[in-house]
Design a protein around this ligand. Structure first.
Ligand code: ATP
Length: 567
């Protein structure tokens, strides 16, 4: 398919902010999309592979600038100047390509196959001469691009397509194109997306127009799957009302989610962002081999840190560095040991467990796991219908430094990727949030040269809305916790615009903050401001999809007046 056709589709999608309009445009496109062009589905989200695949384009603004300069024959300095004035590299590429086009003709017609071919070579490159090879691959594409193609190529390269299309837009467009927008069809399509995390594979099936065919896409051990998420319960009364009695009450461990796959001898560990972290946790691989029975399975668990000497559990932020750290793993493993708490099973010995009731799944994990405290255990659980006893269990969980409890309906199925009403969390205070950094300010005095005040945003549909600034909780000297220097280094490559001391940052770095109160505020786009926010941790295990929404913040704002707390 000609890349121009795709670029024109992007343009059309960008021309409207209305969701229904976008779905109409995209569904028409999907109707006519050929089987052979299925991989275009990835490009619609700015990706080159399915979501479960970790290979990403990963091109810095700097490299994109260099290739624009090379492809258009315009000096680097001039390209940077244009960038400063237009504030958008895509537009720069479009403008400079247009100027060039007046004097030369491009080499050949760009196709989506060629674009994918070159872009897919980028993550494979390693070692000496990588930068130049990458530059050559991108420049080859840009040299053949028309202005509109250059615009979207560059936006794809830097991971900022700006067409307002999300996975849900694609789901609805598929439903509209092949099932007349039927609600049930949308649900089933979403279920299949969550199971496979592969839009092209889902497209192959929906294109046939038969819902039954969707069943053919099933779980595969080794392919990461999206975790099921919980809603909140106000208290046990509320929880039992929603779930019925009795239900399972479990510790809500204060760690990070780890989904464990085993197929014969092969063991893989994934975070909830579908990131493969097997190499970072060699001891967990050992625990699985030793203490869990079964040829093949997928387990859902929470990894929690503990103090090797006192055996006390530690809060998440103290072990979060283990998720990303790729060197000195053995040392870190000794310093920051973790315990795996298994609370669900999704697949067992060749059979999906998704549609089995929770009581059967939880019984199965108890059967196959040999409990070994401080290595791997089944999550602490009681099955109960009594509020008082549930509260006692909750207090015990808090005493052991855990976050609270989860309440789970015994009959419920496992729904990957959904925030379900049959699994509820209860925590003492609703006063922590996951937000994304969207801006910052350079510091002065002691903090000169660092970014020192960070703008935080929540999300509201397609938008990120500012809700406050945080500087507290970040350290000047290294030791415990993150430093200004470390955070600045992470954020610099994500700067999209600078104005005096203020910088705008591409939303990517998710952070956890605690705060004393939420207030209404006209100063921020969200309409709210956090009072006394304090940074607690980077959340490399969370993606933009996981950050708090404006609706949740409104809810917390309402609830803070009724502050419910146990014990
Ligand atoms: P929070 O920030 O409150 O942890 P979240 O957005 O990370 O919320 P939720 O779905 O709201 O995720 O809460 C469930 C999370 O709690 C799971 O993602 C998991 O990481 C963790 N967890 C700890 N113990 C359990 C358990 N026994 N059962 C299910 N999830 C658990």
């Amino acid at each position: 398919m000609r890349y121009k056709k795709l670029a024109e589709l992007y343009q059309e999608l960008k021309s409207t902010t209305k969701r229904l309009e976008k779905i109409k445009i995209l569904s028409k496109f999907l109707e006519y999309l050929h089987k052979e062009d299925r991989d275009v589905m990835y490009l619609l989200l700015g990706d080159i592979y399915p979501e479960y695949d970790e290979r990403r384009i990963g091109i810095s603004h700097q490299l994109a600038i260099k290739s624009i300069s090379k492809a258009t024959g315009i000096e680097l300095k001039q390209v940077v100047k244009e960038w400063k004035s237009l504030g958008d590299l895509g537009r720069v590429a479009e403008k400079l390509t247009l100027n060039k086009k007046q004097s030369t003709l491009h080499n050949y017609i760009l196709t989506t196959e060629k674009v994918l071919e070159n872009l897919r070579k980028l993550p494979e490159l390693e070692g000496k001469g990588t930068v130049n090879k990458k530059l050559a691959l991108i420049t080859e594409l840009l040299t053949s691009a028309s202005p509109i193609e250059a615009l979207y190529l560059v936006r794809t390269l830097i991971g900022d397509l700006r067409i307002g299309v999300k996975e849900s837009t694609i789901r609805e467009s598929m439903s509209k194109a092949f099932f007349d927008g039927d609600k049930e069809a949308s649900k089933k399509i979403q279920g299949t997306i969550d199971k496979s995390n592969d839009l092209a594979a889902v497209f192959d099936v929906v294109k046939k127009g038969k819902l039954k065919e969707l069943k053919k896409i099933s779980l595969e051990v080794g392919k990461p799957i999206k975790a099921m998420l919980a809603q909140k319960a106000k208290d046990f009364k509320d929880g039992f009302k929603k779930l019925g009695k009795p239900c399972a009450v479990e510790y809500k461990y204060d760690g990070f989610r780890l989904i464990i796959h085993k197929k014969n001898k092969n063991i893989l560990l994934f975070t909830r962002c579908l990131e493969n972290v097997t190499k970072q946790f060699p001891e967990v691989v050992g625990y699985i081999q030793k203490y869990v029975q079964g040829k093949s399975f997928i387990l859902d668990s929470e990894a929690v840190g503990f103090d090797r000497k006192t055996k006390e559990y530690k809060p998440f932020q103290e072990i979060s560095q283990r998720i990303r750290r790729k060197y000195n793993i053995e040392k870190l493993q000794k310093e920051l040991p973790i315990e795996i708490n298994v609370f669900d099973i999704i697949y067992y010995n060749g059979k999906s467990q998704l549609n089995e009731p929770f009581k059967k799944r939880t019984a199965l994990i108890k059967k196959i796991i040999k409990n070994n405290p401080y290595k791997i255990i089944c999550a602490k659980q009681i099955i109960i219908g009594n509020e008082e006893r549930a509260k006692e269990f909750y207090k015990k969980a808090l005493k052991e430094n855990q976050e609270g409890v989860m309440m789970k309906n015994l009959e419920a199925i496992y729904k990957p990727g959904s925030r379900v009403g049959h699994m509820l969390k209860i925590k003492p205070e609703e006063r922590d949030l996951d937000l994304v950094i969207t801006g910052a300010e350079y510091g002065t005095g002691k903090r000169k040269g660092w970014l020192s005040s960070f703008v935080l945003s929540c999300k509201d549909k397609n938008k990120f809305l500012e809700i406050g600034k945080v500087g507290t909780g970040i350290k000047e000297k290294s030791g415990q916790g993150i430093t200004f220097d470390e955070l600045t280094k992470k954020l610099i490559p994500l700067i999209t615009k600078e104005k005096g001391k203020t910088v705008y940052i591409k939303p990517k770095i998710v952070v956890a903050v605690i705060y004393q109160e939420i207030q209404k505020s006209p100063n921020y786009a969200s309409g709210f401001a956090l009072r006394f926010p304090r940074f607690t941790a980077l959340r490399p295990d969370k993606s933009l999809r996981d950050i708090n929404t404006l609706d949740e913040i409104k809810e917390d704002f309402k609830k803070q007046k009724r502050n419910y707390r146990y014990g």
